[in-house]
Design a protein around this ligand. Structure first.
Ligand SMILES: Cc1cc2nc3c(=O)[nH]c(=O)nc-3n(C[C@H](O)[C@H](O)[C@H](O)COP(=O)(O)OP(=O)(O)OC[C@H]3O[C@@H](n4cnc5c(N)ncnc54)[C@H](O)[C@@H]3O)c2cc1C
Length: 397
């Protein structure tokens, strides 16, 4: 726990209770404001910093709360229940910070991870380009060595939090080089000359989050800011934690949709009764509950796999060998697809009203839509699962 932060370290159960109270008291019930597309409401999240729970996954040695990824599943679900865009803003820093934690030098870790707990800090990861989203091997941002520096040039299409993050983890390819060793992950601190935020995207969902297009022009940082390892493997490893937590966004939104359906059914008259007494309605909600239960279990199973590797003597090396965890890939895919099914059933539940903006279901539909798109679409992940985990090892490429 950082000395500026007053609260003592919380247990997992206390932390979850605190997040639930925060989500219910600060976020819940403000759907229209969050959906307006206004600037990300970062001030709203400050109380989490005071409680020592901003970037809650960071280890205690860097001033963090040291909560596990398994703890994070229910935390993100509670946040997303109230607002998926806020949950996305708060969790996505784990992608950048986990790569620095695993593959950054001791100096980078002490400087940039500790800064994220001293002030309410954010990180951003910049992989996607115009012709390289799912397939980062096609990226064209270049890295050139110049004396003790590396210099970045190129454009990154989508990156969440990059408009205000304390540091960016940028993926680039050594100019003129070939092979996996030519891809690098580079930490670029905020304020470095040569970084320009071109625009904030007008996304259809997760509208309280900020996703930006960023350009690099002769952006020089010390060579010591290059993370240690092959860039494409580093991002594959980093995506394990964020994919699981993006799955947990679908879980939280699905729980909210279930509860909205219940609230509606209690009041809705139907053939002399109320909708809640109807057997077809009961079947729909029973089905949702089964799906929600399995979504949570899959996220937890994947998070435990991740925590198990992180507890090993050399998690960075172990992860380089394992790459993407099967359970993390399937958690994101399963939650995205199942969440979308739940959102579809939910939107039909309210009849014509469900097709209006008077009901928040339209926001939940649009929010949940992102889960099967960000951090590689399902077509790409299905193929990855097939190639890595289904094909016999002697046929893998
Ligand atoms: C809200 C949001 C936040 C984001 N935040 C970030 C971020 O912080 N950092 C970052 O780097 N990126 C971010 N992204 C980008 C995101 O990760 C990419 O959009 C995503 O990986 C898909 O890549 P793409 O846009 O290039 O689409 P493509 O991969 O080009 O997909 C377009 C179409 O091609 C199909 N396709 C692609 N490859 C294959 C294949 N091998 N086989 C069959 N079909 C295929 C897809 O299924 C799809 O139908 C964000 C995107 C969104 C929407």
């Amino acid at each position: 726990m950082h000395p500026d932060v007053q609260s003592p370290a919380l247990s997992s159960a206390e932390a979850l209770r605190t997040f639930r109270e925060f989500a219910q008291s600060t976020l819940l019930g403000h759907d229209a404001e969050f959906d307006s597309g206004a600037e990300p409401p970062l001030e709203l999240y400050r109380p989490l910093h005071k409680l020592g729970l901003m970037n809650w996954w960071l280890p205690t040695e860097y001033g963090g709360a040291g909560l596990s990824l398994a703890d994070s599943v229910d935390i993100v679900s509670e946040l997303a229940y109230a607002d998926a865009g806020s949950a996305f803003t708060l969790l996505i820093s784990i992608l950048g910070s986990s790569m620095v934690q695993l593959y950054g030098s001791q100096e980078l870790k002490e400087r940039y991870l500790t800064a994220m707990t001293r002030e309410p800090g954010y990180a951003s990861a910049l992989g996607s380009e115009r012709a390289a989203g799912s397939e980062l091997i096609n990226l064209t941002t270049t890295l050139t060595r110049r004396g003790d520096d590396v210099v970045l040039n190129g454009e990154k299409m989508f990156s969440t939090n990059s408009g205000f993050a304390d540091y960016l983890v940028v993926f680039a390819k050594s100019a003129g080089a070939k092979g996996v060793a030519s891809y690098h992950a580079v930490l670029v601190p905020r304020g470095t000359p040569g970084v320009e935020v071109v625009k904030r995207w007008d996304m259809i969902g997760l509208r309280s989050a900020g996703t930006y297009q960023v350009e690099f022009t002769d952006c020089a940082v010390p060579s010591a800011n290059v993370l240690d390892g092959p860039g494409l493997k580093i991002i594959e490893v980093g995506l394990n934690s964020s994919r699981i937590l993006i799955g947990a966004i679908a879980l939280g939104v699905a729980r909210r949709i279930r509860d909205l359906c219940l609230e509606y059914a209690i009041a809705k008259p139907l053939a002399g009764h109320k909708l809640i007494e109807n057997a077809v309605f009961a079947g729909k909600i029973g089905q949702m509950e089964m799906q929600i239960e399995v979504m949570r279990n899959q996220c937890l199973a994947a998070a435990r796999d991740y925590d198990e590797v992180m507890a090993m003597p050399d998690p960075a090396r172990e992860f380089l060998q394992r790459g993407a965890l099967r359970s993390a890939l399937t958690a994101k895919m399963f939650c995205g697809q199942t969440g979308w099914q739940i959102a579809t059933v939910g939107s039909e539940m309210f009849g014509g009203l469900g097709y209006t903006n008077d009901m928040p279901i339209s926001k939940y539909l649009r929010d949940i839509r992102a889960v099967t798109i960000v951090e590689a679409g399902d077509d790409v992940l299905r193929e990855l699962v097939f190639r890595r985990f289904v094909l016999p090892s002697d046929r893998r490429i």
